[in-house]
Design a protein around this ligand. Structure first.
Ligand SMILES: Cc1cc2nc3c(=O)[nH]c(=O)nc-3n(C[C@H](O)[C@H](O)[C@H](O)COP(=O)(O)OP(=O)(O)OC[C@H]3O[C@@H](n4cnc5c(N)ncnc54)[C@H](O)[C@@H]3O)c2cc1C
Length: 398
């Protein structure tokens, strides 16, 4: 059980997932005063501890590319930056899209390259050399990032939080924030199940639990829970390596090698309306069989792979599948960082850095995050990237 709850802080961070922990670390690095992290359970107990943790730079919206590039730099220099061994594994990454979207893929890769990404468009023949185990008969071209790969959500959250605590951040687990305390449009602190904490600033990084907290202070945060299932397969003896990580818009699966001769397979599609406090803790065998069946279309040898175990989790999905990062209108001092729509792990280092800059300097200088303004939906201005794919469009989700 964690110690007594402090009565006051300069900044309270709600949630000890990759986002809350990264924000705490970056605030501590800047000497931001008394920083207190609260979690109703414990570090990485939300989506962060269940993440497939793919790391790729391939986005269609430039600020997301910038966040991913900055984060990869941090993942790669973890030892110097955080003082821990690190979790990043470079496997390479391939993005496959339906043939009719290849012109978009080419535009996006050009945009990514202009922002410093080591990416290129490869032909079917080159892809066969990169991933000999794959059937790519239906893939004339794909995007290839040799320097991408995957990490570990629980490890990243734990490292950030541990280092933040060494720098003076206070952490209390098993402490649920029941409400924000607001007076005359100004935030006064938080009410928890263990008492009140006075604070002029609160950053809520509460993932799929965010919406009701904000509804209570009159802000409709349009973030919904979406239930997802992931299969972890034991590689068959004939499969030397599954190959690089891949997001495949044709089979609508993603997959990547996992340490220990395993392959992880996830789905583009999930079930909306999920309750983050009440979802199945193990996947349905039928759903996993169907999911793996689709991935077999790309990696035929997985046909003989045994399902080792499954992972379930809940995404915090926003209407345009992009995060909401910034101040909440109507309550001075209150910030939200949520809505990562199943894609937050890979950008969490840079999000924490930018949120700390935004809080301390008034603007984020490492990456311009102003496009992720939480008010954009109320203004009727969701994000729409110039060369968005069909699988990024809200209509693709039914
Ligand atoms: C199955 C799955 C696969 C994924 N795969 C990938 C991937 O391959 N690549 C990628 O980049 N991203 C992926 N993601 C997404 C990524 O993991 C998330 O975007 C990221 O972990 C979100 O982190 P967070 O800190 O915002 O939220 P969370 O990790 O959900 O943390 C929120 C925390 O807030 C706490 N909390 C909530 N309400 C309260 C309250 N009232 N009081 C106190 N504490 C509270 C919770 O206990 C929790 O610990 C995946 C997610 C899932 C579920």
């Amino acid at each position: 059980m964690s110690r007594e709850l402090p009565k006051a802080a300069d900044v309270v961070i709600l949630g000890a997932g990759v986002m809350g922990a990264s924000i705490a670390f970056h605030l501590a690095r800047r000497g931001a005063g008394r920083v207190l992290v609260l979690d109703k359970a414990d570090v990485a107990s939300g989506g962060s501890g269940r993440s497939s943790a793919l790391v790729r730079m391939h986005y269609s919206f430039p600020p997301e590319v910038d966040l991913a590039v900055k984060s990869l730099e941090i993942f790669r220099s973890w030892k110097d930056y955080v003082g821990r061994d690190g979790h990043f594994r470079e496997t390479g990454f391939v993005r496959i899209v339906p043939e009719k979207e290849i012109p978009r893929l080419e535009k996006n890769v050009a945009m990514q390259r202009s922002r410093g990404v080591d990416a290129r468009v490869v032909s079917r023949q080159e892809l066969r050399e990169i991933a000999p185990a794959w059937n790519v008969d239906d893939v004339p071209k794909a995007a290839w990032e040799p320097g991408s790969g995957h990490g570990d959500g629980a490890g990243v959250a734990a490292d950030f939080l541990e280092r933040a605590r060494e720098m003076g951040v206070e952490y209390r687990s098993q402490t649920r924030v029941a409400a924000f305390a607001v007076e005359g449009g100004r935030l006064r602190g938080v009410r928890t199940d263990r008492g009140e904490v006075a604070a002029p600033r609160v950053v809520a990084a509460a993932g799929p639990w965010s919406r009701p907290l904000f509804a209570a202070v009159g802000f409709d945060l349009p973030v919904e829970g979406e239930y997802h299932e992931v299969a972890i397969l034991k590689d068959p003896p004939g499969l030397p390596r599954v190959g690089p990580a891949c997001i495949d818009g044709v089979t609508t699966t993603y997959f990547r090698p996992e340490v220990g001769g395993l392959t992880l397979v996830g789905d583009f599609w999930g079930k909306r309306g999920a309750d983050p406090d009440a979802f199945p803790q193990s996947p349905s065998p039928d759903t996993l069989a169907e999911l793996v069946g689709r991935a077999v279309g790309r990696v035929p040898a997985l046909e003989d792979a045994a399902i080792w175990r499954g992972v379930t989790g809940v995404y915090d999905v926003s209407p345009d599948f992009r995060p909401l990062i910034g101040p909440v209108p109507g309550v001075e001092g209150l910030f939200t960082v949520c809505g990562f729509s199943g894609m937050g792990f890979k950008i969490s280092p840079a999000v924490g850095l930018c949120v700390a800059e935004r809080l301390l300097d008034g603007r984020a200088s490492s990456v311009d995050i102003s496009a992720f303004d939480p008010e954009r939906f109320a203004r009727g201005a969701p994000i729409h990237a110039e060369w968005e794919y069909g699988d990024e469009e809200p209509a693709a989700y039914t």
